[in-house]
Design a binder for this molecule. Structure first.
Ligand code: AMP
Length: 114
């Protein structure tokens, strides 16, 4: 999508340090981190949200990216949370499917944190 900021980041139109990328997905640090580690994993192709017909291979690539970035940051050992806000009630502010990967401190079990 031409005016989508995450499309532009994932496809290199807006220079951003990617912490992971492959043919299908990119991962980069959240601009407003809520936790010491706060990484966003996004598909390179535009999907509005998790229920926008995302192909299984893209979902698998996103899980692989989560595996890589959590190991690189060490939060695979301490624990982390993955969330995806979908739609207005969840407060989705960027309408390009993304998974927040959050950790690096004790997370409130009753809070969304993302
Ligand atoms: P959500 O509210 O689930 O749609 O999350 C959107 C997230 O994108 C927020 O946590 C923002 O801080 C983050 N964000 C927005 N613009 C950028 C950007 N240019 N680079 C990195 N993160 C961003």
């Amino acid at each position: 999508m031409s005016d989508c900021i995450f499309c532009k980041i994932a496809n290199g139109e807006i220079p951003t340090e990617l912490v992971y990328q492959d043919d299908l997905v990119a991962a980069f640090k959240d601009a407003n981190p809520l936790t010491p580690v706060h990484i966003l994993v996004v598909p390179k192709k535009h999907y509005e949200n998790v229920v926008d017909g995302v192909p299984a291979e893209v979902l698998a690539a996103m899980v692989h990216a989560i595996d890589v970035v959590t190991k690189e940051t060490g939060i695979d050992k301490t624990g982390f949370r993955c969330i995806t806000n979908t739609g207005d009630d969840a407060g989705q502010s960027v309408h390009h499917f993304h998974i927040h990967v959050m950790g690096g401190r004790k997370l409130d079990p009753n809070a969304g944190e993302g």
